[in-house]
Design a protein around this ligand. Structure first.
Ligand code: NCC
Length: 276
């Protein structure tokens, strides 16, 4: 079909993709003994309307970015997986309102998910790669990593911390939105945490700034700003369809190319701000 414009892509995204979270009334959780650990309300009901939001990728190009003050000036800040702020405040800021984590982080021993203080700030949102159909029951019986076991353990140890799980349907609605706007076939793996988190924030905030998702002049082979590990695949993708996600975000960007180049910053309107 015809290549859609930025405003058209934004309206299509809003119409087709619902970043829902699991609630305890959903099946099959009604029959699970731990169902009361799940939130009774959606994440958007919990947070209410947010004005400005920052999505901070974990990219190596945030090293020496000096974006800390700018990032912290937002009403809410989203971070990913094991990305720390301690020791990196001047580059990435210190505010963490939400942290989006994949189920691998929750389940692999070296991340010390249940005991590390890294995860105890702000609100947690977890996700797990689900089968393409995104049927809740089918996924529940064969998650990629034991997301539910770890979720229940964590909730028992941190009962006061809000903790949400993304509905797997969201992963595949977003995947289809990317595929439908690409000329080539893309790998059938869920979008990266960065892309999921960006669209989640578009559903919660009036304006979203994403940092170093589209690399700035600081573009580097360094994978994460917090680790001495080099791999181009972190920025360009291997398992996740990163290159295609980034292509779509570039087309929806309402900020300038100069903002990308100097600040590594993309500006997207929240769903509420769109007149579709
Ligand atoms: O690396 P990761 O992502 O935690 O990064 C979070 C998001 O930032 C964006 N990013 C990151 C690095 C980079 N150089 N450029 C970027 O644009 C991406 O949007 C990315 O999603 C993930 O998506 O959950 C991922 O998680 C890691 C890993 O599981 C966690 O960091 C915990 O160690 C994955 N790495 C591996 O499995 C080895 C990564 O593929 C995706």
């Amino acid at each position: 079909g015809r290549r859609l414009t930025g405003p058209e892509l934004l309206c299509q995204l809003k119409a087709r993709v619902q970043p829902d979270t699991l609630t305890r009334d959903m099946q099959p959780f009604g029959s699970q003994g731990w169902r009361d650990q799940l939130p009774s309300h959606s994440l958007s009901a919990h947070l209410g309307a947010l004005n400005s939001c920052a999505v901070v990728t974990s990219a190596g190009s945030l090293h020496r970015a000096a974006l800390g003050k700018e990032i912290d000036s937002h009403d809410a800040v989203l971070r990913f997986n094991a990305a720390p702020t301690a020791g990196y405040e001047s580059d990435v800021g210190s505010k963490t309102t939400l942290r989006l984590i994949n189920s691998q982080v929750m389940a692999t021993k070296d991340h010390k998910f249940l005991s590390s203080s890294l995860y105890s700030t702000g609100l947690l949102v977890a996700w797990d790669p689900a089968p393409y159909s995104a049927d809740l029951r089918e996924w529940y019986n064969r998650t990629d990593y034991p997301i539910f076991q770890q979720y229940v353990q964590y909730r028992l140890q941190h009962p006061a911390q809000p903790f949400y799980i993304l509905h797997p349907r969201f992963e595949w609605q977003l995947w289809e939105q990317i595929q439908d706007n690409m000329a080539e076939s893309i790998q059938r793996n869920p979008p990266s945490s960065g892309m999921l988190g960006t669209v989640l924030m578009m559903s919660l905030c009036d304006t979203v700034h994403i940092y170093e998702y589209l690399p700035s002049k600081r573009k580097t082979k360094l994978c994460h700003y917090y680790q001495r590990f080099h791999d181009d695949a972190c920025t360009l993708g291997a398992y996740h369809p990163l290159l295609y996600e980034k292509n779509l975000v570039k087309r929806m960007n309402q900020g300038s190319d100069r903002d990308i180049y100097t600040l590594g910053r993309v500006t997207l309107p929240g769903f509420r701000s769109l007149n579709c």
